[in-house]
Design a protein around this ligand. Sequence first.
Ligand SMILES: Nc1ncnc2c1ncn2[C@@H]1O[C@H](COP(=O)(O)OP(=O)(O)OP(=O)(O)O)[C@@H](O)[C@H]1O
Ligand SMILES: [Mg+2]
Length: 412
Amino acid sequence: MAKAERLYRFLSACIYEIAIVWDVDPIRNPFAPGAGQPPPALVGRDVELGAARVALERLAQRRGTRGALYVGVRGVGKTVLLNAVRRAAGDAGWIVVKVEAARGRPLRRSIAQSLNTALRTATGRHVGGFDRALAVFKSFSLTTSPDGSLALGIDVDPAGGIANTGDLEIDLTELFGELGAAAADLGIGLVLLVDEMHEVDDHEIGAIVGALHDARQLGLPITVYGAGLPNLPSLLASTRNDAEQLFDVRHLDPFDDEVAAVALTSATTPEGVGWTGDAIRLVLDAAAGLPYFLQMYGKHVWDFALASPITGADARAGVASGRRELETVFIGAHWERATPAQRQYLEALTLLEVDGRASTRAIAESLGATLGSLSSTRDQLLRKGTLYAPDRGAVAFTTPGFADFVRAHAAS
Ligand SMILES: Nc1ncnc2c1ncn2[C@@H]1O[C@H](COP(=O)(O)OP(=O)(O)OP(=O)(O)O)[C@@H](O)[C@H]1O
Ligand SMILES: [Mg+2]
């Protein structure tokens, strides 16, 4: 009997060991920290996604609707949401044009590049439906790339005298007009998705707004969804008075505790792994609701855990390790690249900030300098994307956690 019991204990210990190994297997780590990485479960954005679905459906029925702007700080989930809209439009058979704006990258080129692929897919599905639009697209793309490299696989002659003036607003308006008309005949639509839209030049933003305005007046099924830092709406407003009326501006905020906890548990539950209350609390406090931080801490905590449920000790170790990675990849990189004058400016902002922002005048006063003498340092930090200007006369960190990082590292 004793022998049988020993054997039973031995076998259960083995099974337990196996369970430990498989419980929180690093290979099955579900978390996905990283710019634009699809999360294990997309949480907390039902309202925005619901609104986007309604808007697309309305547009398909030729009912008026606005585009949308998703704005928020770094890591809040703008790109992921934009990609969800992209999927919704793609599933509905729409023409989807997605570009990521960057300083110095002409928008016309990016649009032509993405449209090239989208149109080849669309013409495969709707043979003959886009003949005229293809010719106009060819004319548009040859204007930016005369060697034809952005019209590969589009074997039609360019339409003469249309979408080829070199003025983006005129050409995009004409291109949208043709594409919109073709899409409407086929019962679909076109969505232009612009990520990092705050990086688009003023005249290019003006062109997008102008072309969208025109398409809307003609009742064409064309819309624009943009994502960018919180200063995007004011950039847009400065190009045209009516620009903001064309967009539904959605400020994306970090998650509250309830949604943040769901982001963690909905990632691990499908893998059969749970959390103790302590462990969840620790990660929630460290992440402050930012989706990127939740993914990063979640990933590190999982790698420290051996068995389900994940414990407070696992969470403590994982958060410490996740913080080191965040400081290297997300926050520290800005600091490392900053010049001594820029660091001084960032330190002053850190001392004065409320909700990550402060007035430029107060920063100048605290440094005993004039606004004018600091303007080039401020502009450099804006250009590098370390700061953004939430309002006239104010600056703010683009990256959550930056002020804490500076407090901890400034003296060292
Ligand atoms: N709704 C969500 N639910 C869970 N995780 C999310 C959600 N949205 C984003 N994430 C996660 O957060 C991280 C950042 O997402 P994303 O790149 O979309 O942020 P962003 O706002 O575009 O940041 P940036 O300003 O740096 O471009 C990714 O790891 C992503 O998986
Ligand atoms: Mg993004």
